[in-house]
Design a protein around this ligand. Structure first.
Ligand SMILES: O=P(O)(O)O[C@@H]1[C@@H](OP(=O)(O)O)[C@H](OP(=O)(O)O)[C@H](O)[C@H](OP(=O)(O)O)[C@H]1OP(=O)(O)O
Ligand SMILES: Nc1ncnc2c1ncn2[C@@H]1O[C@H](COP(=O)(O)OP(=O)(O)OP(=O)(O)O)[C@@H](O)[C@H]1O
Length: 427
């Protein structure tokens, strides 16, 4: 990429989350991920260009030195920080502003000129110039295990997973999504039958957990706050050419049900013993639950107040091998030392990242009924140390809301048995 010849017309809006906006190159398989700030800070950026550069470099270091070692190098693309011409960034921001479908309460950072340059995972390199472009499925799986009863104050946390309880809170308390998702992460991280069940539910109500891209374009996703369901017919229309050989035909026509079924079954190729397994293992570094971790967070916080110049503990980085070693060599028992507390906090933060990352599975048609696969993991940013108190408050709100409503929502269907430990589901 020639940084002195950047032209906003070569880039288009690709997507965004809570803290970054992504644009893709119209010809080359790469994206730029730019920081976002609350709109009220747009005139007055909350950090300097040097701090923004450091923040993005921290993301690269955390991904390449810490997460990559825990999740497996082959799934990770950490990218590199780039310093872009400010005029290009300003023009780009104007260009993409009217293409942004949602989340406009935040604006793109136009002051630092810093961005993260990454391969475009929705236009995989293994794409052969065939007639059928690659399909990419993005899944944000969230937390796939239940906490141990030893550390939690409410028994319900050992039966209903955080995602399923959070669904109630999102609808009852903040109306973020209009319909309930019946997806359960414990299904996805389970046997094949439950995995298919999970994907079926993700298709029915994707929220921010499921997207489908075709040839680099997003063809299926939810829109936050919208009353409308995503267009399943349009998805089927896009998928049909990939599943012409589906089993269930009526007068040689492949039924919609068969297309959808084959699409769900494609998940047999999700390398559950590798990418999902590695994510789950990393999530499980949260051994104490937020309730058990919080006193250790307070211990570290107190230590930092007593020794404000202390950098040895690497609370906000640098995210290097020494950081990784600290969390991997955590003593088995709490010996009361600040080293133990810090190691548990580091483990918890790494687990938080693994609970919030996404998987991109690229499916490239290779022959009539076969696909070749590649899986990548994205959004591996470090979670700030001071987000831990917010985690505790959110956990309490979610559990209280769930217990208050008795697991039932004011409207809409109720799952027969609200227990995430249920092992088999009727398809
Ligand atoms: O706390 P959670 O589980 O709601 O996760 C947040 C996500 O919400 P959701 O997946 O919709 O429930 C949230 O996603 P959305 O903004 O809801 O799409 C973010 O990923 C947030 O991370 P960050 O603050 O941007 O680093 C996430 O916050 P962290 O908890 O990872 O800090
Ligand atoms: N390397 C990539 N290739 C293709 N698409 C990408 C890439 N990185 C991000 N995206 C797309 O952009 C979207 C937003 O990116 P990302 O999840 O990193 O944002 P975020 O603000 O960190 O999200 P969150 O809300 O989880 O904090 C992703 O959901 C994905 O669809």
């Amino acid at each position: 990429m020639e940084l002195d010849k950047m032209d906003e017309n070569d880039w288009k809006y690709h997507g965004e989350g809570n803290k970054s906006l992504v644009v893709s190159h119209v010809q080359h398989p790469r994206v730029l991920r730019l920081l976002k700030y609350p709109a009220e800070d747009s005139e007055n950026p909350p950090q300097t260009a040097e701090q923004a550069y450091r923040q993005i470099q921290n993301i690269v270091d955390f991904s390449s030195n810490v997460m990559s070692s825990l999740l497996g190098e082959k799934f990770i693309h950490s990218g590199e920080v780039v310093k872009l011409p400010l005029e290009f960034v300003r023009q780009l921001s104007i260009k993409v502003q009217h293409q942004r479908p949602w989340r406009c309460d935040k604006v793109m950072d136009i002051y630092s000129g810093c961005a993260l340059c990454l391969p475009n995972l929705t236009s995989p390199a293994l794409h052969q110039p065939t007639h059928t472009p690659p399909l990419c499925i993005e899944i944000k799986p969230k937390c796939g295990f239940l906490p141990s009863p030893k550390h939690v104050s409410k028994d319900i946390k050992t039966k209903v997973c955080r995602y399923c309880m959070h669904q109630h809170y999102k609808q009852v308390a903040n109306g973020k999504w209009k319909r309930r998702s019946f997806y359960c992460p414990l299904d996805l991280f389970s046997n094949r039958q439950r995995m298919h069940f999970a994907i079926k539910h993700l298709i029915e109500e994707p929220q921010n957990n499921f997207k489908v891209f075709k040839g680099g374009q997003c063809i299926y996703s939810s829109k936050e706050g919208s009353d409308e369901s995503p267009d399943m017919n349009s998805l089927l229309h896009h998928l049909r050419p990939y599943f012409l050989h589906a089993n269930n035909r009526i007068n040689s026509h492949v039924t919609s049900k068969a297309v959808l079924n084959d699409f769900i079954q494609v998940s047999r190729g999700l390398p559950s013993d590798s990418v999902l397994f590695r994510i789950l293992q990393t999530q499980m570094l949260d051994t104490l639950d937020i309730e058990g971790l919080y006193p250790l967070y307070r211990q570290v916080e107190q230590h930092l107040q007593d020794f404000p110049k202390e950098t040895r503990l690497q609370i906000e980085g640098p995210y290097n091998e020494a950081f990784l070693e600290k969390l991997q060599k955590c003593p088995a028992e709490d010996d009361g030392s600040v080293e133990y507390a810090v190691a548990k906090v580091h483990q918890y933060r790494v687990a938080m990242t693994a609970k919030d990352c996404s998987i991109m599975v690229a499916l490239v048609p290779s022959s009539e009924e076969e696909f070749s696969y590649s899986a990548s993991i994205l959004d591996l940013d470090p979670k700030p140390f001071d987000s831990i108190p917010r985690q505790l408050r959110l956990d309490q709100k979610i559990v209280t809301c769930y217990l208050r409503t008795g697991g039932a929502l004011p409207k809409g269907p109720v799952r027969e048995k609200e227990d995430c430990t249920l092992l088999f589901h009727p398809m």
